[in-house]
Design a protein around this ligand. Structure first.
Ligand code: CTP
Length: 408
């Protein structure tokens, strides 16, 4: 996957630096070697010793250390890498990069490099949304710097919003995308639905579910990494749009279906969204008010369209490969086998979404792939790994080499 790739990881000073340790582990698991540069402030959050232990390489921090320069000058550091990754990237480091400063080893390496650079910002939401940071990001993007995240969510500073560094697995996927020359799905068009839908009752209330969109987004990302042209149709989630996909943001099931149908002729459709089965039969135009002494209002529901079944309908416009999920809490595989037939799709990924499995909103998933030829039990994997495995199966379906075969 990342066999033989050399990553230079630059760790700046932010609380998210602890995730860089996990990132090193993930990258090495995928076959990459990792060498670290840590800024002075970065070293306040993670010790160079931890970085060294996990990367099994020496850690660089001081531009003027004679040993560093004699063994490995700053130019050589970037020359010896296939990709530079800045994780976490602070507002300060982004500003220094945008301004072309070379006032420490990290900034100097970034200024001196001609290699691709991937940046994973992490900072307080106000710092991220500040006009100065936004302008710096814009400048860097124009110069071809790649960005991943930040994600939205609760932050260490007790605020909520965009600013959390992307998860190590997401960053590792993005690195793989940037470095992976294999594009066996080039020319294939895919739509992926993801996240929950939100069905309005009135302008302030809605029906929805716990889907986080992590699995669907990871699938969109994995297909795009293999060269597919992906439209991601997402319900409301707090995830950043994965790089390399065309994201369409919707709220309701009706909008999700319309966006899928508008995606044009497709080779692949993956329905990973947790679509609400019902919507309010009558959506109130104004907030429904409590009337003193009156009984609570009855909520009449009406079925939503079934997006997976609609896309699976035989006909000239049917995508060649339609894949659904079966979210079950009992009789997992039996229900999934029945669901595949009922919906008319080609494959179903069955997953247990009982609360104790932690699937909804969690990082991992245990799936069973149900096809016309049988059931395959997959081990418990990170959602990105599930996505990569599925993408590999899709490649094989279309007759191309899988990642493992391409790497041989
Ligand atoms: N799905 C869809 N549109 C719907 C309902 C579901 O596209 N209105 C898709 C989901 O994205 C998933 C598959 O159908 O790929 C199965 O979803 P699931 O919630 O497991 O099944 P349901 O069809 O809702 O059936 P049930 O609630 O009876 O299990």
């Amino acid at each position: 996957m990342l066999n033989g790739k050399r990553i230079l990881l630059i760790v700046a000073g932010g609380i998210a630096a602890f995730k860089s340790l996990e990132l090193i582990r993930r990258l090495r698991e995928r076959g990459a070697s990792v060498r670290c540069v840590v800024t002075e402030n970065g070293a306040r959050f993670v010790t160079p010793l931890s970085l060294q232990a996990l990367s099994e390489d020496r850690v660089y921090s001081d531009m003027f250390s004679l040993t560093d320069e004699s063994e490995m000058g700053h130019i050589q550091l970037s020359r010896d890498a296939d990709l530079l990754v800045v994780a976490p990237a602070t507002a300060n480091l982004l500003a220094r990069m945008a301004g072309g400063l070379a006032d420490d080893l990290a900034a100097t390496v970034l200024l001196a490099t001609d290699k691709p650079v991937l940046v994973a910002p992490a900072m307080n939401v106000r710092m991220w949304t500040h006009a100065a940071t936004m302008a710096n990001v814009e400048t860097l993007k124009r110069r071809g710097i790649h960005f991943i995240g930040p994600n939205e969510g609760a932050m260490a500073c007790n605020e909520h919003g965009p600013g959390r560094m992307s998860e190590p697995e997401e960053i590792a996927d993005a690195i793989e995308r940037l470095l992976s020359p294999a594009q066996p799905l080039a020319g294939r068009r895919a739509v992926v639905t993801s996240g929950p839908t939100r069905e309005a009752i009135d302008p302030v209330r809605y029906i929805s579910n716990h889907s986080s969109g992590k699995q669907g987004h990871a699938i969109a990302s994995a297909l795009a990494a293999l060269g597919a042209e992906v439209t991601l149709v997402s319900g409301p989630v707090s995830l950043a749009d994965p790089p390399g996909v065309r994201a369409v943001h919707v709220e309701s099931a009706d909008q999700m279906l319309a966006a899928c149908l508008a995606a044009g002729t497709l080779d692949i459709a993956v329905c990973a969204a947790a679509v609400a089965d019902w919507k309010a039969a009558h959506q109130a135009n104004a907030k429904i008010k409590k009337k003193p002494g009156a009984a609570p209002p009855a909520l009449e529901l009406t079925p939503n369209p079934d997006i997976l079944a609609t896309l699976s309908k035989p006909g000239p416009n049917r995508p060649t490969l339609v894949i659904g999920f079966a979210a079950e809490t009992e009789d997992l595989v039996a229900n999934a086998i029945e669901k595949r037939k009922r919906k008319g799709c080609d494959w179903i990924l069955a997953n247990d979404v009982s609360p104790e499995t932690g699937t909804f909103g969690g990082e991992r998933n245990t799936v069973h792939l149900v096809t016309a030829s049988g059931v395959e039990d997959w081990p418990t994997l990170g959602k990105s790994e599930v996505a990569l495995r599925l993408a590999d199966r899709v490649v094989r379906f279309f007759g191309g080499p899988t990642r493992a075969e391409a790497a041989e």
